[in-house]
Design a protein around this ligand. Sequence first.
Ligand SMILES: Nc1ncnc2c1ncn2[C@@H]1O[C@H](COP(=O)(O)OP(=O)(O)OP(=O)(O)O)[C@@H](O)[C@H]1O
Length: 228
Amino acid sequence: MTSPLFELADISASLGTEHILDQLTLTVNRGESLVVTGPSGCGKSSSLKLLLGGLPWQSGRYLYKGEEVTPAMLPDIRSHCGYIGQESSFGRAIARQVLMRPFQFSVYKDRIFPEEAMYALLTRLGMAHELLDKPMQNLSGGQRQRINIIRALLLEPEILIADEPTSALDDEAAQSAVELLLNENSDFKPRTIISVSHDARWINHCSRQVTIYHGRVVAQEERHVHYG
Ligand SMILES: Nc1ncnc2c1ncn2[C@@H]1O[C@H](COP(=O)(O)OP(=O)(O)OP(=O)(O)O)[C@@H](O)[C@H]1O
C-alpha cells in the first residue's frame, strides 16, 4: 500500500512574464523512485524547486503528507530532503569541508559526522580518498558530482531530490551511482527519490517516469526495475 508524500494539484507558477508551471498535477508516493523527464526548459528543475519551497506558485494546491503546505512547514520538509543540484559552486573549499558543512547547520547540529560512511561512499563511487584534500574547483565535473551525491547521502535523508545526478559521470561511475541510490539492497538508498534526468542509464532504473511538456504532465509510466 503506498501513501502520498507530495501532492501537487493544478499548480501554476510564473516568474515575471514567464509561465513556468501550467496546472501541473503530480503525486509522489513513499518508497518510489520517480524521474521527471521532458525537453529542455519544460519546467523539470522548477518542479523540484517548488517542492523545496524555492518557487512561489500562484494557483493550485501543494500537500505534504496530506497537509496543505504553508511557509512555516518548509524548514521541516527541507530537513527530510537531501538535495543533489546540477552545478554547485563551492569555490576554494576542499572536498572534505564541503562534505562536513551541512553538519554545522543548526538543523543537523545534533548529528555526528559519519566519517566511516564518507570513506565507504567514496570507495563505492570509485573515488580515491586523497581527493578529500583537493579544492572543489580542482576536481573534475564527474568528481564534483560524486562529492555532491555523497554530501546528500551522509545526512541519511528519507527523501532524495536529485537534479541530473548522473549527467557528468562516465558509464562506470553512473552504474555505481545507480546501484548506490536506486538499488533496494543498497544500505544508502533513500526511501523516496524524486529526480530529473535526461540520462537513460538513470531513467531505466527508476520505478516511475513522468514526462513534462510546457510546465504540464503529459505522460506517466510505471515500470518493474531490474538490476545487473
Ligand atoms: N529565475 C527565473 N526567472 C525567469 N524564468 C525562469 C527562472 N528559472 C527558470 N526560468 C524559466 O522557466 C522555464 C523552466 O525552467 P527549468 O529550469 O525548470 O527547465 P528544465 O526543464 O529543468 O530545463 P533543463 O532540462 O534545460 O535543465 C524555462 O523557460 C526557464 O527559462
